[in-house]
Design a protein around this ligand. Structure first.
Ligand SMILES: [Fe+2]
Length: 205
């Protein structure tokens, strides 16, 4: 017999996990394989008392999620190229690209937690990220070294363009907290990384 409180689970789930419903763990049986309903839809806003209108917070969250999706892709691109690097400058680039990946991952967390702070839902699942990003997908195989570096620079510029737009919008909206993160952290990190990568694409005598 199904335990009380588990009646809402679909029949096929009860059949599959019958051993759990009939377990004799008392009140300490871990509730495994719980099926949940979505309690906040993506794109909707919770009302948090931070003296910013719903409209402003929603606008900021939409921009942040687009930048967050691109930043997750840029992080993955850095890791991929860190692994696939080759050639005479292998070690130097291998280390540099990993450093940039780590810094991008810090931005991912910063952006996601800003979305949550504003009452939104941060994009997290890579498959959802892939639907939102506008950074072109690289080939699954390895590209030439210069092409890998050039691809990183193009991805940076896509992110930076969105960040500049969002900096302007959040300034007009009075969303200073988001504006500060975008300017001090996201923009400056991306600009600096562009410099470090771009210097490898200069022809040397
Ligand atoms: Fe590594």
């Amino acid at each position: 017999m199904a335990a009380k409180g588990r009646q809402s689970e679909p029949t096929h789930v009860r059949e599959r996990y019958q051993h759990l419903f009939e377990g004799d763990g008392g009140r300490s049986q871990p509730m495994l394989h719980k099926l949940g309903i979505e309690i906040q839809d993506f794109g909707t806003m919770r009302l948090l008392p931070i003296a910013l209108s719903n409209e402003v917070r929603a606008r900021s969250c939409q921009s942040l999620n687009r930048i967050l999706a691109d930043t997750q892709i840029l992080y993955s691109l850095y890791k991929k190229h860190h692994w696939l690097m080759r050639g005479l400058t292998f070690y130097q680039l291998h280390l540099l690209l990993d450093k940039h990946a780590t810094e991008q991952l810090e931005l991912v967390d910063l952006l996601a937690e800003r979305v949550q702070t504003l009452g939104g839902v941060a994009v997290g699942d890579p498959r959802h990220v892939a639907e939102i990003t506008t950074i072109p997908r690289p080939p699954d195989g390895a590209e030439e070294v210069l092409a890998m570096l050039s691809r990183l620079l193009e991805a940076h510029e896509i992110v930076i363009a969105k960040v500049r737009d969002a900096i302007e919008t959040t300034a007009n909206d009075g969303d200073t907290g988001t504006n500060d993160i975008l300017t001090s952290d996201v923009l400056r990190t991306n600009e600096l990384q562009v410099w470090f990568v771009a210097e490898h694409l200069v022809e040397q005598p």
